[in-house]
Design a binder for this molecule. Structure first.
Ligand code: 4AD
Ligand code: MG
Length: 462
């Protein structure tokens, strides 16, 4: 008999069908002469109720072993459920206990645990309802993202994890080295990286964008979807040292097309998740944040706000809110400003464009005013910045000038400049922080709880 997944049984299982299921015990209720065991195999939020009667072979021994967390295989017959809350249940005819879980020491007992505590047991926390739902929704988001781009003819490009360039120029790099840290070779000018594995300094990538630009100038439309690393010492609920980013890049595309794509894209992903994970989303709406379904519907059905940075500063200066960080033209928006704009003022995502060149990356296209660049950030309620993107500087002379102004090493970017020498075109793209998307989708407060194994300062266990 083939083993069936519980999601399939809950949906398609019919009374009198003979089935085998495998999973882990969530709860056990002993009655006189029989017991109810709820088994979950991760395929859905709900588990299947298994009824074991005392005439089951080895009944007493099996029930003694089947505590919360134990692993089990049950063979039996589906029957219509008498109880409330489920359509069918499984009447056990035989059971194999694979592994016990001692109730004296197994940390996941019935009570609700804090997310902080669950982070200390990262090897077990996905067995909880909330984290299980998060990781299924995360999977659905990833599926939707690939579907969206594949349906539109975008090529998925695997950009490198190890790189020699700091694409964002923010210096938040993890160094990759095989040098012996106890005796680092030196030259008069500093560390002798010629003796290192790559013969020069190398880092974990902060963005696949520059490589995405290379390939967009061959394939027209591409996207990346991979891990990204930032060594910023940010202990916030929105920052990870290792996160996943999706970066589409489009040739023959200006900022308007970029904004259009980003908005259509986010709507598509929300719609897919609402359609494919209704139970998990209903769970978040009940237990985590009672506005997530309304928020998702709002994203799908309303147009995003669109303002320039200059207008955003204007709105912030006019507001009666007191902010911790100063607001003035020329200063970057802080998360409190971003949230005020999207959460309080627009009550939906808002796209802010044309930021001052000074605090944006070197590759963004300079506007005719010589002061601002064709940048776009999408700000989301409760999250702040969820997408950062821009039209890229495709003019060789302007790009060379900007690299010079920033004292960046032009010789190391020779290949990036070559793209402006040979067949340059207007092109644009953006980066979506995958975990911020999952946070937005689920209402989870802390970004550390939407990635299975979070990396942040002082923490790289599991
Ligand atoms: O705004 P960022 O730095 O943009 C880029 O890296 C561009 N190269 C993207 C592009 O145009 N192709 O990062 C993009 C997004 C942010 O909007 C945010 O959602 C997410 O990545 N992000 C982080 N997410 C989690 N933890 C961090 N430390 C993050 N830093 C950025
Ligand atoms: Mg950004």
């Amino acid at each position: 008999m083939t083993t069936r997944r519980i999601q399939d049984l809950l949906k398609n299982g019919q009374p009198e069908e003979a089935v085998t299921l495998q999973g882990w015990v969530r709860t056990k209720r002993e009655q006189k002469g029989f017991s109810f065991i709820e088994v979950n195999d991760g395929s859905s939020l709900a588990g299947l109720q298994v009824v074991m009667h005392q005439d089951l072979p080895d009944y007493a021994d099996i029930i003694r072993k089947l505590n919360t967390g134990a692993s089990v295989e049950v063979t039996g017959t589906l029957v219509a459920s008498q109880g409330k809350g489920q359509r069918i249940e499984l009447k056990a005819e035989s059971a194999i206990v694979y592994g016990e879980a001692d109730p004296e020491t197994y940390p996941l007992q019935k009570k609700r645990h804090s997310f902080e505590f669950l982070r200390t047991i990262g090897h077990l926390r996905s067995r909880t309802n909330t984290l299980g739902a998060v990781f299924r929704v995360r999977n659905a988001c990833a599926t939707a993202i690939h579907n969206f781009f594949q349906e539109r003819g975008f090529l998925w490009i695997h950009t490198p994890i190890i790189t020699a360039s700091d694409a964002e120029g923010a210096g938040e790099l993890f160094t990759v080295t095989t040098l012996d840290l106890k005796k680092v070779p030196q030259t008069p000018a500093g560390i002798d990286f010629s003796q290192d594995f790559f013969g020069k300094p190398a880092y974990l990538t902060v963005s696949g964008q520059l490589e995405a630009e290379i390939t967009a100038l061959t394939f027209t439309n591409v996207y990346t979807f991979g891990p990204t690393f930032r060594a910023e010492n940010s202990n916030t609920s929105r920052h990870l040292a290792e996160f996943w980013m999706i970066e589409p890049e489009m040739a023959f595309c200006a900022l308007d097309g970029n904004m259009e794509l980003a908005e259509t894209f986010l709507k598509y992903v929300f719609k897919h998740v609402l359609e494919t994970c209704p139970d998990d989303m209903a769970f978040f709406n009940q237990w985590v944040d009672q506005s997530v379904i309304q928020t998702a519907e709002n994203i799908i059905n309303s147009e995003f706000g669109r303002i320039t940075y200059t207008e955003a500063i204007d709105l912030l200066e006019k507001s009666d809110r007191t902010f911790e960080y100063p607001v003035a033209w020329g200063l970057d928006l802080q998360s409190e400003h971003e949230r005020y704009l999207s959460e309080d003022l627009f009550k939906k995502p808002v796209i802010v464009t044309d930021y001052p060149a000074e605090f944006k990356a070197f590759y963004m296209r300079l506007n005719d005013d010589g002061k601002t660049v064709r940048a776009m950030d999408i700000l989301a309620p409760k999250i702040g910045e969820i997408v950062g993107g821009s039209q890229r500087e495709e003019r060789l002379d302007v790009l060379e000038r900007r690299i010079q102004e920033r004292n960046m090493p032009a010789e190391e970017l020779w290949w990036y400049l070559d793209l402006r020498r040979y067949g340059t075109v207007p092109h644009s793209g953006f980066g979506l922080g995958f975990e911020r998307l999952v946070q937005f989708m689920t209402g989870m407060q802390n970004i550390r709880d939407v990635i299975p194994f979070p990396r942040f300062p002082q923490s790289a266990d599991f």
